[in-house]
Design a protein around this ligand. Structure first.
Ligand code: NAP
Length: 483
């Protein structure tokens, strides 16, 4: 692959402003053809320790900068990311598989968080409180939490890092991220651009390695780390949360989902089909907010399924590097096996294939865009996050029944509903037990809005003023003897 900016191709950890090599490496493979694309350094335990201690040293000078200085550095990072968007997208497609246009979209989306938080840094305020004794003054300060560590997944190798790092750096924290072992190259390219932007040594660090458990133990249990932020699956999040308990760290958890998508009898049918295509098939179905259970009212069921079939059958499956591709590969062979297993089990339990349903033969980890009908709440596919291009459809009859079924999950990340009825829109906004509710919208995320889930989908929010508060502590100061 030819990059316009070859400096973006980095293969070892970035710690305290330096590229840190080690003797041991592991391979990164292109999911579209399984070719080895890079050998990336395994971080050593002493390098990991160094990342945390140097980030701690970098805290004070970073916090001593004026908010204008911090905002200007963040804006120049954002600008460099945008200027290098084509290269960053090419690296992302190579290691993760998503189509080039989606990769560019992710780069721009991530950069928007930097822009937003560079501005929000100027609005970190405190308060002066009324007091109940003379001679006293009572203040509230917002203080950066300190050194932040993070672990991020492979499905959004850039944006899941920037959503966290932008808010953390704006708040005055130093940040160390371990990206997924499958997709470290995007993270390292972002580190190169942070360096070029002039973000000081120790403020933004990337550590790479294939032993997630060992690295994770240090990032969640080290006493100098004040806050841990995770995006990934619920089982791993639960484990990391328990590790954080040993030193009572502040935590944010962006975990798995099982999103319902409900189309009522009065919905705009073309909007429903567009919404399903956007929320289900983006990133080959590998997003936490993908519509996982699609409920269609019985009166519009046949029409929606028929229109959806035409759209799904027009999707082009192929390597993300090809300009006409809509559906890239799944991340690895395990992902294909999981999706195939869920589809086969659903068919055995009585589901019907409308289209697709099989892995694509040949090289790479491809699965056919699929529609299944006849799904019932007892089926495994109803209760698990599919994480593949499979639309599983349930027919329903009335509002109360569908709300109860939609909420019938331990997850609570995102939900979608399509209706033109204003009173129903209010009822759904309150009754759907999810951190995010999209009404007549299939793609919701936006830097000014709080992204995150309830129940087993997580703790905390990313985006907006809610996101920066995750990196701030509230400090009460009482000054006496004033007279
Ligand atoms: P995952 O298996 O939980 O992995 C996520 C990250 O955790 C990776 O960096 C992984 O490292 C690391 N990890 C795995 N086991 C670990 C351990 N024992 N200790 C420390 N770190 C560990 O999830 P995934 O398959 O990559 O990502 C998909 C999941 O993420 C889905 O459930 C999806 O819904 C969720 N997600 C949620 C959001 C959100 O905002 N709520 C956004 C995106 C994705 P290695 O890859 O190096 O093993």
């Amino acid at each position: 692959m030819q990059l316009n900016n070859s400096a973006l191709w980095k293969t070892c950890s970035f710690i305290n402003g330096e590229w840190v090599v080690s003797d041991s490496t592991y391979q990164i493979k292109n999911p579209a053809n399984q070719e080895v694309i890079a050998d990336v350094c395994e971080i050593t335990s002493s390098q990991l320790e160094q990342a945390i201690t140097t980030a701690q040293v970098a805290l004070k000078p970073w916090q001593d900068k004026t908010v204008d200085e911090r905002a200007a550095l963040l804006r120049s990072w954002e600008q460099l990311i945008l200027n290098n968007r084509e290269d960053l997208a090419a690296i992302m497609t190579l290691e993760q598989g998503k189509p080039g246009s989606e990769a560019v979209g992710e780069v721009v989306y991530g950069a928007k968080y930097i822009e937003w938080y560079a501005e929000e840094a100027r609005r970190i305020n405190g308060a002066v409180l009324p007091v109940n004794q003379s001679g006293r003054r009572a203040l509230v300060l917002s203080r950066p939490v300190g050194v932040v560590t993070a672990i991020t997944p492979w499905n959004f190798p850039g944006a899941m890092i920037l959503r966290k790092a932008a808010a953390a750096l704006a708040a005055g924290c130093c940040f160390i991220v371990k990206p997924s072992e499958l997709t470290p190259l995007s993270a390292l390219a972002l580190a190169e651009l942070s360096h070029k932007a002039g973000i000081p040594a120790g403020v933004f660090n990337v550590v790479t390695g294939s032993n997630a458990q060992a690295i994770g133990e240090v990032l969640t249990m080290h006493p100098l780390v004040a806050k841990f932020s995770f995006t990934g699956s619920t089982p791993v999040g639960k484990k990391l949360l328990s590790q954080c308990a040993f030193t009572v760290k502040k935590t944010s958890m962006e975990l798995g989902g099982n999103a319902p998508f409900i189309a009522f009898e009065d919905a705009d049918i073309s909007a429903v089909v567009k919404g399903i295509m956007g929320s289900k098939f983006r990133n080959a179905g590998q997003t936490c907010v993908c519509a996982n259970r699609i409920f269609i009212h019985k009166s519009i069921f046949d029409e929606v399924v028929s229109l959806l079939k035409d759209k799904v059958e027009s999707l082009i499956v192929g390597p993300g590097s090809r300009p006409d591709t809509h559906i890239g590969p799944l991340i690895n062979s395990e992902a294909v096996e999981k999706v195939e297993g869920l589809v086969n089990l659903a068919i055995k339990d009585g589901a019907r294939i409308v289209t697709g349903g099989k892995r694509v033969k040949g090289e790479g980890h491809f699965f056919q865009p699929t529609i299944l009908t006849g799904i019932t709440p007892e089926m495994e596919i109803f209760n698990r996050e599919i994480f593949g291009p499979v639309a599983s459809i349930i027919v329903f009859d009335n509002e109360q029944e569908v709300i109860q079924l939609a909420n019938q999950t331990p997850f609570g990340l995102c939900s979608y509903a399509y209706t033109q009825n204003a009173t129903r829109i209010w009822r759904l906004s309150e009754a759907l037990d999810f951190g995010m509710v999209g009404i007549n919208e299939g793609v919701l995320s936006n830097p000014s809005a709080p992204f995150g889930g309830v129940k087993e989908s997580g703790l905390g929010r990313e985006g907006g003023s809610w996101g920066i508060n995750e990196y701030l502590e509230t400090r009460y100061v009482c000054i006496g003897g004033i007279g």
